[in-house]
Design a protein around this ligand. Structure first.
Ligand SMILES: [Zn+2]
Length: 312
């Protein structure tokens, strides 16, 4: 196992471009992008959700070796308990109050979950031989928990995308491949997506203040406009050589990847072009655009997004 395990944690709202950034950083030598491991033990996920290599995580040779290293036999893992621990520690005020307590007063379910996370991430580094793990959980409470593990050297990327682009993305029928074939997932209303976007970003900022990890703020739109420059900036932030940058201009070669869950873009292979998708400016319904803008206005200003759409 590498002597020191670095974790690049991506926090913020869903559909903010975290999967493509994970995939890009995962291409450098010694890096392994894991996707959204917090969902691993959800009912049916081991059997149905495909790893980026096209197999379930229990069929995938890399994940099978990691499970074996971490748990001996994955069939013997108490999946219900691990999923319950995730929910208990990340949902609602009780989860948040638990992580805010001093070390001596941390409740046992949180200590149990931290021990599980340490065991799992240590096994990932040991089996892959990688010193850098890219985690796109995005959940602010989960991010703080990773930061609490002494053996992990964490770096936090707070990634933000315009709320109206996120609303538009959430309304599109997105298909992902599972063992059941193609299924669509996550279609939410503008109001609900706006609420989740606000909560995710406010908590990412607020809880992030208690982390020891250095932090970098990035807007996805800036990344998509200048992918090579911002990948180099990101590599510098995580103390990796900028000349390892796999992006040249707007193009990146994506080869092997074992990202679990996350956006279907994880299946992209070969030469991938990174361009800003601003279809929402023309396609998002006027009513949803107005509602989202009104609900998220303080944060849109804070993140320097224009209030009015800017047609090309
Ligand atoms: Zn795989």
């Amino acid at each position: 196992m590498p002597s020191s395990v670095k974790i690049l944690k991506i926090v913020g709202a869903g559909r903010s471009g975290s999967t493509i950034i994970s995939n890009i950083i995962g291409q450098i030598p010694g890096a392994f992008a894991v996707g959204e491991l917090q969902y691993l033990w959800m009912p049916g996920y081991l059997e149905q959700i495909l790893c980026a290599c096209g197999q379930t995580v229990t069929q995938c040779a890399v994940w099978s070796a990691i499970f074996k290293q971490a748990f001996g036999d994955v069939a013997g893992v108490d999946r219900e308990r691990l999923h319950a621990l995730y929910l208990q520690n990340t949902r609602g005020l009780s989860g948040m109050s638990a992580i805010l307590r001093s070390t001596a007063r941390k409740p046992q379910p949180l200590l149990d979950y931290l021990a599980y996370l340490e065991r799992f991430y240590t096994a990932i580094a040991a089996v892959t031989g990688c010193h850098l793990i890219i985690d796109e959980a995005k959940h602010p409470t989960y991010s703080v928990m990773l930061d609490m593990i002494p053996g992990l050297q964490c770096y936090t990327l707070h990634l933000v995308r315009d709320a109206r682009a996120v609303v538009y993305s959430m309304q599109r029928k997105t298909l992902t491949r599972t063992t059941q074939g193609q299924v669509s997932f996550m279609i939410n209303s503008a109001g609900r997506t706006s609420r989740d976007w606000i909560v995710s970003n406010v908590l990412a900022e607020w809880l992030g203040r208690m982390e020891r990890a250095p932090r970098l703020f990035m807007r996805y739109e800036d990344f998509a406009r200048h992918p090579e420059a911002l990948t180099r900036q990101l590599l510098g932030f995580i103390e990796e050589p900028a000349d390892l940058c796999p992006v040249h201009g707007h193009a990146v070669d994506i080869s092997d990847s074992h990202i679990f869950a996350s956006n279907p873009v994880r299946f992209a292979r070969g030469n991938v072009e990174i361009r800003l998708d601003d279809d929402w400016q023309r396609e998002l319904k006027a009513r949803d655009k107005a509602l989202t803008t009104a609900l998220t206005l303080p944060l849109l200003w804070r993140y320097h997004y224009p209030v009015r759409a800017q047609h090309k």
